[in-house]
Write a protein that binds this ligand. Structure first.
Ligand SMILES: [Zn+2]
Length: 247
């Protein structure tokens, strides 16, 4: 991070995690110079993913069931009835198409309003869910975000919405943390932003090293939160003060 990089650049599109095997290849949206008319934010589990993605995910779960059968499990009995499509649908609730997330973030930012308030705004301890790109296993996040408005202010619920939206990608926690800070800084044209994220990664807790108690903590700061240590300290004090635990 370059501490002198005070002035924001134009809003960069969110970077999806493009690591090997990490993300179904969505259709790239051409960059648009003109803003579309504001549309309601949509993120329903009934929304369909990009054409072709659903079939591929369904087929993948069918193969997983075949594998379980070879391990001796009775996948033909009633407990497994419709498990393939059900599991595919569950995965597609946890992971939304890149284009849908980008559009929802754009809609959300466009719903900001002007307010004579320039103090710190914090949305603390938002619980959200995602999956890790390495194992495709669930991650439970508890994320606090803050920004210092210049002109644009987001409704409080929109901050939680933003956390939930960006969590629903198979992205590293580090990437999620930085993307949240970036949206609140550049897209909202704020004077600074800060993110403090804790993650319970099932790939670490339930398998492998089985570090049940381990929580991954990441943080990112932009603008005044980076340049002024007292602002950063105030944020960290406020978001880490509660004894609430993540499971
Ligand atoms: Zn993992």
């Amino acid at each position: 991070m370059n501490p002198k990089n005070k002035k924001k650049e134009h809003a960069a599109p969110l970077q999806a995690h493009r690591g090997p095997g990490a993300m179904p290849a969505p259709e790239e949206k051409p960059k648009e110079k003109t803003k579309k008319a504001a549309a309601p934010i949509r993120l329903r589990h009934t929304d369909r993913p990009a054409p072709g993605a659903a079939e591929k995910i369904y087929s993948g779960f069918a193969l997983i069931l075949d594998g379980l059968q070879q391990m001796g499990y009775p996948v033909g009995d009633e407990n497994f009835n419709e498990t393939g499509p059900r599991a595919a649908k569950a995965l597609m609730e946890l992971v939304r198409p890149v284009s849908e997330i980008d559009q929802a973030v754009t809609d959300l930012v466009e719903h900001s309003f002007t307010a004579a308030y320039d103090e710190m705004v914090i949305s603390k301890h938002n619980i959200s869910f995602g999956i890790c790109p390495h194992h495709l296993l669930p991650v439970i996040y508890r994320i606090s975000v803050a920004y210092l408005p210049s002109e644009k202010v987001l409704g409080i619920s929109k901050l939680s919405r933003l956390v939930s939206l960006l969590s629903r990608r198979p992205a590293l926690q580090e990437q999620l943390t930085q993307d949240l800070a970036e949206v609140l800084y550049t897209r909202l044209d704020s004077r600074g932003s800060a993110v403090y994220a804790e993650g319970l990664h099932l790939c670490m807790a339930a398998r492998g090293i089985q570090a049940h108690e381990a929580r991954v903590v990441t943080s990112a700061v932009r603008g005044m939160f980076r340049d002024q240590s007292e602002t950063r300290q105030e944020f960290l004090k406020l978001v880490t003060a509660s004894p609430l635990s993540l499971l």
